[in-house]
Design a protein around this ligand. Structure first.
Ligand SMILES: Nc1ncnc2c1ncn2[C@@H]1O[C@H](COP(=O)(O)O)[C@@H](O)[C@H]1OP(=O)(O)O
Ligand SMILES: [Mg+2]
Length: 560
């Protein structure tokens, strides 16, 4: 959700839209963990930091400095056993509630809003007697917003803005929600005025982004939802394909249907969730489908898309064939260095999809030509490391969703929706201990060149060959240390084949460059104009890798 500032509006109105990429200040540094001054202060957290810089606990409406609490507890000598018991019940309930609150915040920081909502709701409902349950109400309001229950979210924000007086983030979040969802600019202005009176920093966009880390989490939630639904659609088609007879396996139509279906579904979900200024750069368009004989395929696609929408249950609509064709064609944007554009590969690695191997649904968001968010759904990637072989035991669960926002790190979540974990690229420094990924298809990347590079580096392990951007995902969680991609002469890389993968790796601490050592430039439209190839690894290995790549390219050229 991003509403542009209207230059004719008043000074507050012009400021409110900068909060709108997310009314959820989803990732701020927690300086003062509630009742727990000893924990590290780097945790990403929602709205929970108190304005003071030392540890406080709010309890029965009284503010108690927590460093005194233990002393008070130990010196307190209750008159009766009953009072002693009551006191211990209270402290047990406080720790229970704080634990639930902390868990809710963690889940929220990971983008797992439905689970976070459960934890916050539990505090709100079961621990009403503690004043700090109001902080759970803030979390609940924002989680409700993220899961799409916006009416309830705004009502809760309004209530809590009154009960938690003097808490600027609630007013700022409410300002953004009133502006974007209620289309109530005057009410939004009032809330924004309160927020900025309480904390003038909210007028400063760089403060909102850099200090509060308000990420485009609405976009992230929408992107995760779109990619997950598409992954389900593709899984269904791949399953039917793999169960079919040999003759229909040679038929390319299942991948066609899944490809278009995935694009239509992602486009539909994004437009439902974030209608403002929608722009999508995607691989497919409806030209071929509109030709004679395409009607049956369009009908199959439409059925698939409608089945996916129905199974999700959040949208009460049935799309017509024309709606589906239009959704596909809304991916005709050219991208570029201005504005915000979604970038989609509806099925990356179609060869892998047909073989029953790896493929990915890759969705990213560009802002001013830079990738600010990426989601990679990899329906066949095992949840545990694919290690040095690319293989996994047949009982291993598969289906990973990687997601990253600029400045927020990379997370991986099972596609079944269970909790996300933060991932990091490997810390391996010695190339002898490194393994490398490359394309399964020799036509997509020069295996002889990668082999020369690996040899120069001293890599001992054989290449791990898998299809699609699942390679970026696997590398982001440390399954391997290096990804080498050297398309044959004349091939032009497209932005949708790298945008999501690139941010997933860089936010996990990795480096992605072309073979000349330059970062990938996503600002030039559909194509990446780059030198020779793409190399990916961790910060430590990059200098060594880069030299091996330069030498190998020269050597190969000389031998031709
Ligand atoms: N000749 C080629 N050289 C390099 N990449 C290609 C070539 N043809 C298609 N691709 C694209 O490479 C990507 C997958 O590469 P890999 O799986 O080897 O990493 C896909 O995006 C695929 O397109 P598509 O998305 O249309 O399948
Ligand atoms: Mg692709």
């Amino acid at each position: 959700m991003r509403v542009r500032a209207d230059r004719t509006m008043g000074s507050y109105k012009a400021q409110i839209p900068h909060l709108l990429s997310s009314p959820n200040p989803n990732a701020k540094t927690l300086k003062t963990p509630l009742l727990n001054p000893g924990t590290p202060s780097t945790r990403r957290s929602l709205l929970f930091s108190l304005s003071s810089s030392c540890g406080f606990a709010l309890f029965h409406g009284k503010l108690l400095q927590s460093s005194f609490m233990d002393a008070l507890a130990s010196s307190f000598d209750p008159v009766s056993q009953a009072e002693k018991d009551a006191s211990s019940v209270v402290s047990r309930r406080v720790s229970e509630a704080v634990e639930l609150l902390e868990r809710g915040k963690e889940l929220q920081a990971q983008g797992d809003f439905p689970k976070a909502l459960q934890f916050f709701t539990s505090v709100v409902e079961n621990y009403k007697e503690f004043a700090f349950s109001d902080y759970a109400r803030v979390g609940r309001a924002l989680a409700l917003y993220e899961v799409g229950d916006r009416e309830e979210a705004i009502a809760e924000m309004e209530d809590v803005s009154i009960s938690l007086k003097g808490y600027p983030e609630v007013h700022a979040a409410l300002a953004a929600a009133l502006y974007a969802d209620k289309h109530a600019p005057l009410l939004a202005e009032n809330q924004f005025a309160i927020a900025t009176l309480l904390d003038p920093h909210f007028t400063d966009l760089s403060y909102v982004i850099e200090t509060k880390h308000w990420p485009p989490s609405l976009e992230l939630a929408a992107a995760k939802k779109a990619a997950s639904l598409s992954a389900r659609l593709c899984q269904k088609v791949q399953k039917a394909l793999l169960q079919s007879d040999v003759q229909s396996k040679n038929d390319k139509s299942p991948v066609t249907v899944a490809d278009y279906g995935s694009q239509a579904l992602v486009s539909f979900v994004l437009q439902q969730e974030i209608p403002a200024d929608f722009s999508l750069v995607a691989e497919e368009d409806s030209k071929d489908l509109r030709k004679d004989g395409g009607q049956e395929t369009v009908e199959r696609i439409t059925k698939l898309v409608n089945d996916s929408i129905t199974s999700d249950g959040s949208y009460n609509v049935t799309l017509s064939t024309e709606d589906v064709l239009k959704a596909i064609d809304s991916g005709r944007s050219e991208g570029g260095s201005q504005g915000r554009h979604w970038v989609l590969d509806p099925i990356d690695g179609t060869k892998g999809f047909l073989r029953g191997d790896q493929y990915a649904i890759a969705l990213a968001l560009l802002d001013g030509g830079k990738v600010v968010l990426g989601v990679l759904a990899c329906p066949n990637l095992p949840l545990t490391s694919i290690g040095a072989t690319g293989q996994h035991s047949p009982n291993n669960e598969v289906g990973c969703l990687f997601f990253a926002e600029v400045g927020g790190g990379t997370y991986m979540q099972p596609l079944d929706g269970s909790s996300a974990v933060k991932v990091q690229v490997t810390a391996v420094e010695n190339p002898e201990e490194a393994s490398f990924f490359e394309s399964y298809e020799a036509a997509h990347s020069m295996h002889d060149l990668s082999s020369l590079i690996a040899q120069k580096l001293g890599v001992k392990a054989p290449p791990v060959r898998i299809d699609s951007q699942a390679k970026y995902g696997a590398l982001s969680r440390g399954d391997g240390a290096i990804y080498l991609r050297f398309p044959h002469k004349g091939y032009r890389e497209k932005i949708w084949d790298h945008a999501a993968g690139c941010i997933v790796v860089t936010e996990a601490g990795g480096v992605v460059t072309d073979a000349a050592g330059k970062p990938l430039d996503f600002s030039r439209g559909k194509y990446l104009d780059l030198d020779t190839g793409i190399i990916v690894t961790n910060q430590k290995l990059m200098p060594l890798l880069f030299s091996a790549v330069r030498e190998s390219i020269k050597e190969k050229a000389a031998s031709l």
